[in-house]
Design a protein around this ligand. Sequence first.
Ligand code: NAD
Length: 317
Amino acid sequence: MKVLITGGAGFIGSNLTRYINNTFPDWEVRILDDLSTGYRENLTGLNAQFFEGSILDLDILAEAAASVDSIVHLAAIPSVPRSVAAPRPTHDANSTGTLNVLESARASGINQVIVASSSSVYGSNPALPKSEFDWTRPMSPYAVSKQATEGYPLAYNFSYGMQNLAFRFFNVYGPGQAAGHAYAAVIPQFLDAALSDAPLLVHGDGLQSRDFTFVGTVCAVITTAIAEGTHSNDPVNLAFNTNTTLLQLISEMETLLGHAVTKTHQETRVGDVRASQSDGVRVRQLFPAVEPVSLTSGLEQTLTWFKDTQTEAAESA
Ligand code: NAD
């Protein structure tokens, strides 16, 4: 099996490459990444052929996609606040970029493209927990671009007989997710602050909730989808019906750390949704063998990675 992972130098892409290397060592993995939010260091130790470039460059995309069996399309500008600050680059990378990936798949006769959409497409829909058949109403340019990311491949199933699959990720976290930049996700931000004895910055009252999904679970689902050729004409929520508020998350972290942390509340961010939870039904139907990693276990693995990274940084300083 030959697989191209766009965005493979990023958080989820590098974890996915490692997971595939370990699970199916005979699979050939290629990565196409422009290193805009990903890191060259993430590629260390991975068995993959690296193409440095953008999905907006049709030549390198065609080269990377030539003769692969499946594409996992993760490349994107993955941030709500970045899209609110500058909608056009998000549209270019996420919407036009997805169209480019599908066109290169079609040109190369690749039947399966698996894409990363987002729970943010539900936007202002208050229904909880969410099923894939609930209406979507994006609240940010990022969420609109993710609607295009899932809409194109599913339309290609009907238009061109492809066998694509669109996952809606819900707050994926785990080892390798960077903190320390303006658009960092909440778990790495909190762990980084807690380990540096800095206050945890909570937007709003902290009662906003998320269906946090461990990256190892995401990798297991995607790898199974490639191995089994799973496809669907409807999107699939990649989350398992959990509901954790930021305050509960902080309390879990305090238990793992063995001490209390300080927190500072800030104003709510534009475009952020109040609650996000999947009903977990379709993902369990399609991938019955995948057992999701619990929040406690996932946080423990993530905390260990953060501590190891801090130790390595201190030793090389
Ligand atoms: P990430 O920023 O770590 O990875 C994205 C990767 O895409 C980076 O390596 C970046 O350099 C690369 N990239 C960006 N623009 C590119 C371009 N034009 N050409 C080639 N490469 C490009 O983010 P992540 O958390 O690993 O997210 C992966 C995917 O999952 C994204 O599509 C994101 O929108 C989606 N997603 C993530 C989450 C989450 O919780 N992490 C939630 C919902 C959706």
